[in-house]
Design a protein around this ligand. Structure first.
Ligand code: ADP
Length: 156
């Protein structure tokens, strides 16, 4: 079975993430949407809140599972028998970071490979921090995020 891991902070999950996830789910037998917890990064939502939103967003996707790790994604991938890590690319600015990350991952485990999918035309401007800014300024974020995220913001 071909397993792909799609890691990220998902703080919160957006329709940009969902676009990459749907396309990845068509490429792999199973995709694990992995909350890669970085304790030193300040977050808007707790790990539990983020997982809840992610699980709700993928509930109709039969070959997608949600999990989390506080360690390296490459180590998680090895543990579950995957050698493919999926990432999305929005702009040149993403490329620099992703290029470094790919090299670091290869350094830790040379068997692992990164799979990059280009952001969709209509979702490429979406980022979690952009959603936060829009929400703070009273914009309607519902066209840009799954319903579970709109719900979570209403409790913030
Ligand atoms: P991280 O902190 O690991 O970058 P993010 O949750 O910000 O976590 O992003 C996870 C992955 O999804 C990254 O590869 C990022 O480039 C990608 N991504 C984020 N937003 C979009 C989008 N709108 N379109 C395509 N890919 C995206």
């Amino acid at each position: 079975m071909r397993i792909g891991i799609y890691p990220g902070s998902f703080d919160p999950i957006t329709n940009g993430h969902m676009d990459i996830l749907k396309r990845a789910a068509a490429l792999f037998d199973k995709v694990i949407l992995l909350l890669a917890v970085n304790p030193s990064k300040k977050s808007t939502f707790s790990v539990e809140e983020r997982l809840k939103m992610m699980k709700e967003a993928v509930k109709d996707m039969p070959n997608v599972e949600v999990d989390f790790t506080s360690g390296f994604t490459v180590n998680y991938a090895k543990k579950v028998g995957s050698s493919h890590i999926i990432r999305g690319l929005r702009a040149v600015t993403d490329f620099e970071y992703e290029f470094q990350l790919a090299a670091a991952n290869k350094f830790v485990d040379s068997d692992v490979d990164m799979v990059f999918l280009m952001a969709g035309q209509t979702t490429s401007f979406i980022s979690s921090s952009m959603i936060n800014e829009l929400h703070k300024n009273g914009a309607d974020i519902s066209p840009l995020v799954p319903p579970s995220v709109v719900e979570a913001y209403s409790h913030l």
